[in-house]
Design a protein around this ligand. Sequence first.
Ligand code: NAD
Length: 495
Amino acid sequence: MSSYPEIGLFIGGKWVSPLGAARFTTRNPASGEVVGSFVAGTAKDVEAAVSAAAAAFPRWKATPPPMRGEILRRVAQVLKERKEPIARTVTQEMGKVIAEARGDVQEAIDFVEYMAGEGRRLFGETVPSELRSKFCLTVRQPKGVVACITPWNFPTAIPNWKIAAALICGNTVVFKPASNTAMCATEVVKAYDSAGLPAGVLNLVTGAGSAVGNALIDDPRVRAVSFTGGVETGRTVNVRGAQDLKAVHLELGGKNPMIVMDDANLPLALEGLLFGAFGTAGQRCTATSRLILHEKVYDEFLGMLDERLGRLKIGDPLDPSTDVGPVASADQEKKILEYIAIGRREATLRTGGHKLTGGNFDKGFFIAPTVFETAHGTRISKEEIFGPVLSVIKVPSYEEAVRVANDVEYGLSSAIYTRDVNRAFRAVDDLECGITYVNAPTIGAEVQLPFGGTKHTGTGGREAGSVAIEEFTEIKTVFVDFSDRLQKAQIDTAE
Ligand code: NAD
């Protein structure tokens, strides 16, 4: 018997372990300890999960949305009761510090509660007709079976953003999480099961993106794919989904800039920068990965940054006094160190730039918070690194700051620190991205507001906020003619 839990797939309301199934394990990125063992799902498992979801769909669709909302309210309650153990699982499996792990679970709770309320809205429109005695309206209908494919960096919040929104609209779900946070995904699914979600409405298939993801996208019964992850995977998913003309919603990467102007409150900007760039070890899609710094405050602000970086505590993410934990996996560590090597060739290293070793560091994937000074246009200044690596770019003016900020393929989040209200509102207009913060860091989503980006950050839709339901509903237009005669739009004229 192993000392860690062996988890099955969740299909049709039951935890199942297919006979002879291959397994994989997840590991604590701070200590190397195994967290759990999971089934490496196959196309056959996907077929079973989609069949269960398709079978559960008619009944779930017919369940009045306020009743679906009642179940979501119970899910939120279960998550609240289990918040601390789930947060610890997040830290142990993904590596973010415990305060941020609690935030991850809290975001899940907040969103599930928010979507529960949506069960009493799901608004359509009433629209006037051009003809007499004719009533026109729209209603929202579910799409059917939807696939939710998620990354590891918000292993409870992001799955819930998708699952709760999909369910309140009346869809049934097959959920495929990132493999290295499969235990977090298990906890999410258990919360829905404990809350009394009917069998088959939510199904979990763990396993490789290539096997499980492809089979899900190829299944004609899956009508929509909600995907969050990297831009290259997103492109593959989009092209594959297009073969069957599926609705594919993509939330992808970022290269988020923070502009600090010469009139900024520098101590405030510094606090924001530390949280934005090095929180979650820089592994947020909204992480501040570029500091665009006005030349008049350049030396002063970097001096302040050096001083604070020297005092950041890196280490055990379960220790509440730790500021920065490990990066999430060996793959992440490798990719970040490769970018650091690139940065050493093309830019000037100011701080960090290495893996931390010795003592407990040797058991995990710890990288020193790293700052490069660079010209705009280098690879580290334009490509998503997804780690604790900040590129600092000096600019002479607001106009140049905006040009640099916009000159990347991504458009997720952005921030400007300035005391000039006119300039702040100009930046809201000028920055090409989905989210702009004024005098706050690039991170800090709130569930009641839309979330998403422009350009290669996605396909343009938004998650969260009241618009979250757009992704998961079809609009049906309804005409009710109570004139008792044939009326012809565009041809008859109402007198
Ligand atoms: P990833 O693209 O490697 O994986 C995301 C998910 O896709 C995983 O579940 C993975 O198993 C699955 N997958 C892999 N290949 C697949 C395939 N061929 N078909 C279907 N699914 C497949 O991303 P990641 O490393 O888990 O996450 C990091 C990335 O996610 C970063 O680029 C980050 O910016 C992005 N992200 C974006 C947002 C956002 O809302 N915009 C939020 C969080 C993370």
